[in-house]
Design a protein around this ligand. Sequence first.
Ligand SMILES: CC(=O)N[C@H](C=O)[C@@H](O)[C@H](O)[C@H](O)COP(=O)(O)O
Length: 228
Amino acid sequence: MTGTDMFGLLRGGLVVSCQAYEGEPLHGPQFMSAMARSAVLGGAAGVRVNGPADVAAVRAAVPVPVVGLWKDGDGDVYITPTLEHALTVVRAGADIVALDATSRPRPDGRGLAETIAGVHRAGALVMADVSTAEEGVAAAEFGADCVSTTLSGYTSAAPPPDGPDLGLVAVLAGKLDIPLFAEGRIGTPAQAARAIELGAHAVVVGGAITRPADITQRFARVLGETRS
Ligand SMILES: CC(=O)N[C@H](C=O)[C@@H](O)[C@H](O)[C@H](O)COP(=O)(O)O
């Protein structure tokens, strides 16, 4: 499938990020493929999945585009930090590889353009996860197929803000001529719709849909305040 076809399938739609970390009750390919199937039943146009095992299981379980990534290492750059990680994610079956496209140095010493070219040679598309408008524009110049606002709020020591960075969505939508994905802390359908109005090609939602412990905590905290 060409990039145009792939992004056509995602236009105006919802990509559900299905991720659970090691140690969490839902960690593991069987749970994440069930989560992805549930998302597709609910109308997801695509899914975003972490790690080769989950990517392979989800690829086999759903017919929609799979955005794959591999969070690894304890450095600043942890979303698909090297070209080798990216190629492993492609081999696992991802259509699009999401990778850190911030201006920070990558641990394998490769530049972003070289990394993107390597993913293209392996037959997949690249989603550039950025934190600023400048990084998004640079990623497009370096050959990324699409940009996502994934890392806004996560590159400094300060805790991330509560809501999504819709300001960045608006600015990048005005600067890019490749698809822009709004991602990060989108917590309500209204915020997702607003991101599309502001020019996003599609919206990625994770925790608000796929993290039941966090969702439960939001309710339990409020009730806890009223319990004696
Ligand atoms: C910053 C980072 O590492 N983001 C990760 C990227 O894959 C995921 O942990 C997020 O769940 C995903 O971006 C969706 O965002 P949210 O869960 O806020 O809807």
